[in-house]
Design a protein. Structure first.
Length: 79
């Protein structure tokens, strides 16, 4: 099963401005939630611009990888 069927990506911005214009002090949250259980399986707090880039990379892998491959790859990324 593709990862985008098993997991859902949630990005929570700490402000209203786009990441490119956000201050360095703004921290955004990136979560990967398991669809079946609703449990958070991966979670990162990153500065706004880094969170935006991370979310793009996670979204791309969700579309391309199988669920087990996705979890194995992204569980090694530091929080």
């Amino acid at each position: 099963m593709k990862a985008n069927r098993a997991y859902r990506l949630i990005v929570t911005r700490a402000g209203r401005t786009p990441a490119l214009l956000a201050g360095a002090e703004r921290i955004d949250h990136v979560e990967v939630v398991e669809v079946d259980s609703g449990e958070v399986v991966l979670f990162w707090d990153r500065p706004a611009l880094a969170a935006s880039k991370l979310a793009r990379a996670v979204r791309a892998d969700l579309a391309q990888l199988e669920a087990a491959e996705f979890l194995a790859r992204w569980s090694t990324v530091e929080h």
